[in-house]
Design a binder for this molecule. Structure first.
Ligand SMILES: [Zn+2]
Length: 356
């Protein structure tokens, strides 16, 4: 059953890609099948071996693992939801405390046992997400991205958007070595960008779509002065109906992007305003210089620079990411693999899980 669905998907994608390739020929790569695109094929971008000398196992992997408030949750061997869950942590202060090991086998089991890797990823999260936002992360999930093609995700764990879970695909995090090419760092920055732009400070979850006079994010109604509302009203509203029509097919999404590519920092940014602002934020953080020209994409970067608190986050991340040897753990802006995926958020990062 599931097999069949997967097969259907693969076929669908295959034809979509054929169609797209027949009418386009430029540097916008479509990452094909979620399973193949991300697994094992990226030895191209980790040439400078910029991994790990951060030698950080300082954060005491914590032991108790037995703090479930909820009695139905027998930490130990829970069935996941079939989305690759490996180990769920609760975030306590700046530490992660194991809550649940899901029932896994094979390479996922190896990743589950290797808690040093979980901690190594968490140490990188702490270098990227400042304390004021770390406190909004109630849960941290280590999962396997192989099946979904998802490198990371966030979703709210409270209805008012004050608390969030971040998930990081451990297999992708170590593909080609830890944080090879800065891909993992980019993923975390992108996911942090979602929390930053969709949380309770920015979005009012108590206002329904029909009562929302601003951009409705899916999670709630964006506040008037929120980053995402500014982005959507200034740079999306005029092409909104075109964007909605383009949702019909991969081909139309590709055409939409090609037509408006001067508006987007990456192809993936054209998915929706939520992905756009996460990509703009990630580009703003990872790119060395400031805005470069006056295209709409660059105006979006300038929008980030117009907010001093965002510059503070940028400085925080960049400061933490350069090693004593002057090497950076950041990728080159726009080089993120997911940045080349157009359109379908299921293939990239998701900030809402199914049914949420
Ligand atoms: Zn995203």
């Amino acid at each position: 059953m599931k097999r069949l669905q997967q097969l259907k998907w693969v076929l669908l994608l295959f034809f979509a890609i054929l169609t797209i390739q027949s009418c386009q020929k430029d540097d916008v790569l479509i990452d094909q099948n979620p399973v193949t695109d991300t697994s094992g094929t990226d030895d191209t971008n980790n040439s400078d071996g910029d991994n790990t000398d951060n030698g950080s196992d300082t954060n005491g992997d914590n032991t108790d693992g037995n703090n479930d408030e909820n009695p139905g949750d027998n930490s130990g061997n829970e069935e996941g939801e079939g989305e690759g869950e490996i180990t769920l942590y609760t975030v306590e202060g700046s530490n992660i405390v194991k809550k649940t090991d899901y029932k896994v086998s094979g390479s996922d089991l190896e990743f589950q046992k290797d808690t040093n890797k979980h901690n190594e990823v968490w140490e990188l999260v702490k270098k990227i997400v400042p304390a004021s936002y770390l406190s909004k992360m109630s849960e941290f999930m280590i999962f396997s991205g192989e099946n979904s093609g998802t490198a990371g995700y966030v979703f709210p764990t409270s209805n008012d958007l004050s608390k969030w879970q971040m998930g990081i695909a451990i297999d992708f995090a170590y593909q080609g070595g830890f944080n090879a090419g800065g891909e993992l760092a980019y993923t975390i920055i992108h996911e942090f960008g979602h929390i930053l732009t969709l949380d309770i400070d920015q979005v009012d979850a108590s206002i329904s779509q029909s009562n929302c006079n601003n951009y409705f994010t899916g999670e709630g109604c964006a506040k008037t002065d929120s980053y995402i509302n500014k982005l959507q009203t200034r740079y999306w509203a005029d092409i909104w109906s075109e964007y909605e029509t383009a949702q019909d097919s991969e081909e139309k999404l590709e055409q939409f992007y090609q037509k408006h590519r001067d508006r987007y920092v990456t192809a993936y940014a054209s998915t929706n305003p939520g992905e756009d602002i996460a990509e703009v934020f990630a580009t703003f953080v990872t790119r060395k210089g400031g805005p470069n020209g006056n295209s709409i994409a660059e105006q979006k970067i300038q929008l980030m620079y117009n907010h001093p608190e965002l510059i503070t986050f940028r400085d925080f991340i960049r400061g933490n990411m350069s090693s004593s040897k002057g090497r950076s753990y950041l990728p080159i802006a726009g080089s993120w693999k997911k940045a080349k995926i157009i359109g379908n958020p299921k293939k990239g990062c998701t900030h809402r899980k199914k049914g949420n």
